[in-house]
Design a protein around this ligand. Structure first.
Ligand SMILES: NC(=O)c1ccc[n+]([C@@H]2O[C@H](COP(=O)([O-])OP(=O)(O)OC[C@H]3O[C@@H](n4cnc5c(N)ncnc54)[C@H](O)[C@@H]3O)[C@@H](O)[C@H]2O)c1
Length: 344
């Protein structure tokens, strides 16, 4: 195998470090987390190449980055080893975020999920081995499945409860094995629920969109008692930065979460408070949210703090406030904050 010559779409703005100075690759860089990560890497003076097939992400989100001249975009699929090799050439670090990232979609199409998440990760690792790059892998809390112990430490056995969790767990094993058997430097970040400006999925986005349609009542999937950890995007990006600098790159996994868990009903109340909304009728639909959902996540985040010196800084209320401010600009404001009948 060899690292081929690169053909890329470059931005037309000023070049930060010359044409051949690409240092990092972000797979899935047109997605929610990848766009924030690419932006931060550019701010830090890197030249960033993005590999994305645009199946979930969008060029519009990264067009601003391409205009800086410090970002390049390759449209390609991580299942295509040729494309992955092309994108990895000349990169010191690969941040591997490209994924089929939805639990419900993994239930609809387990084969696609397996190919993109597991085979795609093997392709990234093969390319990193060939090109001498290190890999920071975006894994997920769902690898634990239904936790037997909370707060859940990284040493807990992985018993995924969804196909998405299984493909991420397999990808983690491939990262560890490429480190152990081939000496490829890898580190695994088990991200909990990440939220913030620019997301188009997840609980906070979902609740805000429903409130935009009708601020008088809010239907909630499941019982509302599902309790999960929510981490603000800036803290997640900081974890990527710190892991790429301080990790030993031996295939170690780190829980990346806030270290506090909240029920859906509590998050809904925090959203009402932040928006100044009154009198909302909350209607839990009952039952389970969707097949494969893990209704309790509560990470032990001490390993990342002790070994990497990373800890979340943005509290849940502050993160929700910042996110809602961004949603108001991105999606529009609520028609009113107090039901008209209460305003009289
Ligand atoms: N957002 C979260 O709460 C969260 C939590 C845990 C783990 N993660 C993981 O972090 C990573 C980024 O998550 P996100 O929320 O930004 O997801 P996202 O869906 O917004 O981004 C994923 C990106 O990967 C791209 N992609 C999908 N299939 C591809 C393929 N075959 N080849 C190339 N590109 C492909 C999509 O177009 C998209 O731009 C994913 O690996 C996800 O599994 C996210």
């Amino acid at each position: 195998m060899y690292c081929p010559r690169v053909s890329v779409i470059k931005g037309r703005g000023r070049s930060y470090r010359g044409d051949h100075a690409v240092q990092v690759l972000v797979t899935g860089g047109a997605g929610f987390i990848g766009t924030h990560l690419a932006e931060r890497l550019i701010e830090n003076g890197n030249v960033v190449r993005i590999l994305d097939d645009l199946s979930g992400g969008a060029l519009v989100g990264i067009s601003r980055l391409l205009r800086t001249g410090a970002a390049e975009f390759i449209r390609g699929d991580v299942r295509d080893i040729g494309r992955v090799l092309e994108a990895t050439k000349g990169c010191e670090t690969v941040y591997h975020l490209a994924a089929q990232s939805s639990v419900p979609r993994s239930t609809e199409n387990p084969a696609l999920d397996l190919e993109v998440n597991a085979v795609g990760t093997n392709n990234v690792l093969m390319a990193a081995k060939e090109c001498g790059a290190k890999v920071v892998f975006a894994s997920s809390s769902v690898v634990y499945g239904i936790p037997r112990r909370t707060p859940t430490p990284e040493t807990e056995p992985l018993v995924p409860h969804s196909f998405y969790g299984a493909s991420k767990a397999a990808a983690e094993d491939y990262c560890r094995l490429y480190s152990e058997l081939f000496g490829v430097p890898t580190v695994i970040l088990r991200l909990f629920n990440i939220y913030g400006p620019g997301t188009n999925k997840g609980l906070i986005f979902d609740l805000y969109r429903k409130l935009l349609r009708d601020p008088r009542r809010l239907e909630i999937l499941g019982t509302g008692e599902q309790k999960k950890d929510y981490l603000y995007i800036d803290d997640a990006i900081e974890a990527f930065m710190i892991a790429s600098e301080r990790s030993k790159f031996r295939g170690d996994a780190y829980n990346i979460g806030l270290g506090e868990s909240y029920t859906v009903l509590q998050i809904a109340e925090m959203i009402f408070d932040a928006l100044g909304l009154e009198g909302v009728e909350v209607k839990p639909r009952g039952g389970t949210s969707w097949p494969g959902d893990v209704e309790l996540t509560e990470p032990d985040v001490s390993k990342a703090e002790i070994e990497l010196g990373w800890k979340a800084k943005v509290g849940i209320r502050d993160g929700i406030r910042r996110t809602l401010e961004a949603f108001e600009k991105e999606l529009g404001s609520l028609p009113y904050k107090r039901p008209p009948e209460l305003t009289k």
